[in-house]
Design a protein around this ligand. Structure first.
Ligand code: PLP
Length: 385
């Protein structure tokens, strides 16, 4: 369906919805069918079969994701890692080289360092801050520059427009994981990126009840990734498609609320004497603030902080805090807290974590939709001796 208003809120509700509605149903029903009657499709990838990612539930989502990221085409997959690994393996082949930002999400990092070399694909990690040094790491076989819009768990934002420009100048495909920022706050394709990827498990779905992935970009590139995904079998099942579709409709409302709450919590934490450091790109004290201010429409719902009392104080805070749940993952309606050194980054040894700036006492918060006053009061109590 073509949407008469370009505004995000309207696109979220109406983009991609079937016209006319199926049996007049306002909500697109779940097509719980693995196969469809053969209608003489001439191409394998056009046959209507669930693994080929082309059920009505997939098609609605593909159009909606494309509308959100302002792209020609969209795609969903069975998890964030399914879309990330499939996208990388679509563009990279044996003998190629990848440039990637230091400090990526652990699963992506592990895939790059363990699985790509086994396929004969080389990599170099670069600091997103040291733009002047990217060129020295280029090789004749470099094909991709991969980065994240906001890094985990230190919430750093680099010169992302610079990444897209550098990639274009050097004939690289630029890919960005936009999970933390979401298309409400930042749309990378509008800044020159070739491909945007998401763990749709997080904000896009928003209710901590599925795992899913999503990607958006040029139609030709997305179709190549879909065909690879068809072979790998990383299909999102129709029921999860339905839940993602439902979650997406409230994305703007949720994310804007989370932006506001996270900023208020970050400011509160920064004002407390027990807190040594707060990582949030919306704080003017953050080194990421100038980039985030220039690129983003909101600063996101994720923050992290360290207490002056170090790991012991962090442990006590985690025991005392009442409203947040202590659990990994992020982007849902409930506030979650974790110690990255014990969870998402526990696979790294202490020295690797220190090098990345992830200390034992670092606490990460995914701000949910609870009343921010309640969260601040709870954090205040948990901080007091
Ligand atoms: N990208 C980021 C930034 C993440 O935080 C995660 C998961 O935590 C992923 C990708 C992987 O997503 P999934 O767990 O949906 O495979």
């Amino acid at each position: 369906m073509s949407v008469p208003s370009p505004r995000m809120e309207t696109r979220l509700i109406h983009a991609g919805e079937p016209e006319p509605r199926i049996r007049d149903a306002v909500v697109t029903p779940i097509f719980q069918s693995s196969t469809y009657l053969f209608t003489k499709e001439s191409e394998y990838h056009d046959i209507h079969y669930l693994r080929l990612n082309n059920s009505p539930n997939h098609e609605v989502l593909h159009a909606k994701i494309a509308a959100l990221e302002n792209s020609e085409a969209g795609l969903v997959a069975s998890s964030g890692m399914a879309i990330i690994t499939t996208a990388l393996l679509t563009v990279l082949k044996t003998g190629d080289h990848l440039l990637a930002q230091k400090g990526l999400y652990g699963g992506t990092h592990d895939f790059i360092v363990k699985d790509l070399p086994a396929l004969g694909i080389e990599y170099t990690f670069v600091s997103i801050e040291e733009e002047s040094r990217w060129k020295e790491h280029l090789r004749p076989n470099t094909k991709v520059f991969y980065c994240e819009s906001i890094t985990n768990p230190l919430m750093e934002v680099g010169d992302l427009g610079g990444v897209a420009k550098f990639a274009k100048e050097h004939g690289l495909v630029s890919m960005i994981d936009n999970t933390f920022a979401t298309p409400i706050n930042f749309r990378p394709l509008e800044h020159g990126f070739d491909l945007v990827l998401h763990s749709a498990t997080k904000y896009l779905n928003g209710h901590s009840d599925i795992v899913a992935g999503a990607g958006a970009g040029r139609a030709e590139l997305i179709e190549r990734i879909r065909q690879k995904l068809n072979h790998f079998g990383g299909t999102l099942d129709p029921h999860a498609c339905f839940l993602l579709h439902r979650g997406l409709k409230t994305l703007a409302v949720r994310v804007r609320y989370q932006n506001e709450s996270a900023l208020r919590i970050a400011e509160f934490l920064e004002s407390r004497p027990q807190v040594a450091r707060v990582n949030y790109p919306g704080l003017q004290s953050s080194a990421s603030y100038p980039h985030a201010k220039k690129l983003f429409e909101g600063f996101g719902g994720m923050l992290s902080f360290e207490l002056k009392g170090g790991a012991d104080a962090a442990k006590k805070f985690m025991e005392k805090v009442r409203i947040p749940l202590v659990a990994p993952s992020l982007g849902g309606v409930e506030t979650l807290v974790i110690l990255p050194a014990k969870t998402s980054h526990s696979a790294l040894d202490v020295n690797e974590r220190e090098e990345l700036g992830i200390r034992e006492g670092l606490i990460r918060v995914s701000v949910g939709l609870e009343a921010v006053e309640d969260l601040i009061a709870d954090f205040d109590t948990a901080l007091s001796p």
